[in-house]
Design a protein around this ligand. Structure first.
Ligand code: RNT
Ligand code: ZN
Length: 413
C-alpha cells in the first residue's frame, strides 16, 4: 500500500472520500491576480502605486512589460493544477503606441490579454483602476469635482465594455470588480456627501447596457487605507446594500475588516441573500498589508464555508496580494497553492457529520473531531493532487523557480 492509499483509508475511517475531494478541487477556478508580478505598476505609464495600498520591498526581477509578465504568469501556471482565470486591472492595458487615457479605454487595448488567455485556455476577469493616476489624487467616483467624477464614471463604463469583450472572446463570464480608494485622512465635515456622489456615479455607470449573462459586476468594500484612516466612502454597509439593491455581486476582501472580524463568519449571511458572491483572498498582517496567502486558520475557515455550504459554483474566487520583498513567482505560487490547499482541506471534512454533532449539541465530540482532522494525513492527499497533474511538490517547485530567477529574473536590470 502506498502513502496515498494509506492516507485515503484514514480519511475513509473519518467518513471522507479523498478521491472525490481531489476531483472536486480540480474543477475550482481561481482568478489569479496579474498584479503580483510587478507590484501593481501596470503598463500605462503611471507606475507609482497610490490609493492607500502599498507593495513593500525591492526584490529584484519584477516584470517590466507585457511579455515579461506573460512569461512569469506562464511560469506560475506551470505549478498550479487546474484551469483558471487571470484577473486583469485596467492599468495593464497594452497600448503598442495607441495610448488612451482611462476614460477612453477600448477593448482593443486589451487584445494582448485576450490572445494570451485564449492560447492558454484561461478565463479573464477585469477591474477598473481608480488609483495610480493624476485624477485619483483626491477622490474618484465620489469626487466633489464634477469633471473628475465624470472622468471616473466614463472609466467605469469603458471597463464594463472591456469585461464584456473578455467574456465574449474567452467564452466564459467575466467578473468586473469595482473598488475605489476614496476616503478621508481626518474627521469628515460630511460623511453623507461623498457617499451620495459615489451612489450617483455607480447609478450612472451601471446604466450602460451590458449582457448580464456575460458580465457580473461586483462591489468591493474597504475599512480604511493609508491616508484614509478616518473615513472610507465604500464601506461594508454601503457596498453590501448597494449590491443588494442593484443585483450586483457583493465582494469581500479579507484584508478589509477590523482585525477581530472574520470573513469566514460573514460568508453564510451573504449566501442567504445573494445569488453569487466574490472573494479576494489575501493575508492582512496587523493592517490591510496584502501579504501572501498561506495555509492558515482563516484561509481554511473561508474554504470550509464555501465547501460545506455548497457554494463553490456561487463564488468568484480571486487572489489579491502583492509582496515585493520576495521572489514574486514564488509569492504567487505559494499563495495560489495555499488557496487550493485550504479548499482541499475543506473538501476532506466530514461536513454532514460535523453539522449533525452541532445540531445534536454534542460539542465535546465536535471539538475532538475538529482536532483529529488537523493531524489527519492531509499532506499525502495534497501530494496526490499535485502528482495527478504532474506538478512538483513545494520545495521542488521552488528549485525550478530559483533556476528561473537565475536565468531570467536577475537579468532584468
Ligand atoms: C485594495 C483592494 C483592491 C486592490 C486591487 C489591486 O485594498 O483590495 O482589490 O488590491 O484592486
Ligand atoms: Zn481586494
Amino acid at each position: 500500500m502506498n502513502n496515498y492509499s494509506r492516507a485515503k483509508c484514514q480519511y475513509a475511517a473519518l467518513g471522507v472520500d479523498a478521491d472525490s475531494a481531489i476531483n472536486e478541487l480540480e474543477k475550482v477556478k481561481i482568478s489569479i491576480h496579474c498584479w503580483q508580478g510587478d507590484d501593481v505598476c501596470g503598463f500605462d505609464g503611471y507606475g507609482a502605486l497610490s490609493g492607500g495600498i502599498q507593495a513593500t520591498g525591492s526584490y529584484p526581477g519584477k516584470a517590466r512589460n507585457p511579455q515579461e509578465l506573460f512569461a512569469d504568469i506562464d511560469k506560475v501556471l506551470s505549478f498550479i493544477p487546474g484551469r483558471h482565470k487571470i484577473n486583469v486591472h485596467a492599468n495593464y492595458a497594452v497600448f503598442n503606441g495607441d495610448f488612451a487615457d482611462r476614460d477612453k479605454l477600448l477593448p482593443r487595448h486589451f487584445k494582448a490579454w485576450v490572445d494570451y488567455a485564449k492560447s492558454r485556455g484561461l478565463g479573464l476577469d477585469f477591474n477598473p483602476t481608480f488609483f495610480s493616476h493624476e485624477k485619483a489624487s483626491a477622490a474618484t467616483l465620489s469626487s466633489s469635482d464634477e469633471g473628475v467624477r465624470r472622468f471616473w464614471v466614463e472609466h467605469t463604463k469603458a471597463c464594463i465594455k472591456i469585461a464584456e469583450y473578455f467574456a465574449s472572446e474567452v467564452g466564459q463570464p467575466s467578473l468586473l470588480n469595482i473598488w475605489i480608494p476614496d476616503g478621508l485622512k481626518d474627521v469628515p465635515g460630511s460623511r453623507l456627501a461623498p457617499r451620495e456622489r459615489f451612489k450617483a456615479s455607480l447609478d450612472e455607470a451601471l446604466a450602460t447596457a451590458y449582457d448580464k449573462s456575460k458580465v457580473y459586476i461586483s462591489l468591493e468594500s474597504k475599512v480604511f487605507g493609508i491616508g484614509f484612516e478616518s473615513y472610507t466612502v465604500g464601506s461594508a454597509e454601503f457596498c453590501i446594500l448597494y449590491a443588494a439593491k442593484n443585483n450586483l455581486v457583493p465582494l469581500m476582501d479579507n484584508g478589509h475588516y477590523h482585525p477581530t472580524e472574520f470573513v469566514s463568519d460573514k460568508i453564510s449571511s451573504l449566501l442567504l441573500f445573494a445569488d453569487k458572491i466574490g472573494l479576494h483572498l489575501t493575508r492582512p498582517v496587523r493592517w490591510d498589508s496584502d501579504h501572501v496567502v498561506l495555509f492558515d486558520d482563516e484561509t481554511r475557515e473561508i474554504a470550509k464555508e464555501l465547501v460545506r455550504n455548497n457554494a463553490l459554483d456561487r463564488v468568484f474566487l480571486a487572489t489579491d496580494f502583492f509582496d515585493a520583498s520576495i521572489n514574486r513567482i514564488s509569492a504567487w505560487v505559494t499563495g495560489i497553492r495555499a488557496v487550493q490547499k485550504a479548499l482541499l482541506f475543506a473538501l476532506l471534512q466530514p461536513n454532514g457529520k460535523l453539522r449533525q454533532l452541532q445540531d445534536e449539541g454534542r460539542f465535546s465530540e465536535l471539538m475532538v473531531i475538529h482536532e483529529e482532522l488537523k493531524t489527519a494525513p492531509f499532506g499525502e492527499i495534497w501530494e496526490e493532487f499535485l502528482r495527478k497533474d504532474n506538478m512538483p511538490s513545494g520545495t521542488d517547485a521552488f528549485g525550478e523557480i530559483r533556476e528561473y530567477e537565475q536565468e531570467i529574473l536577475l537579468k532584468r536590470v
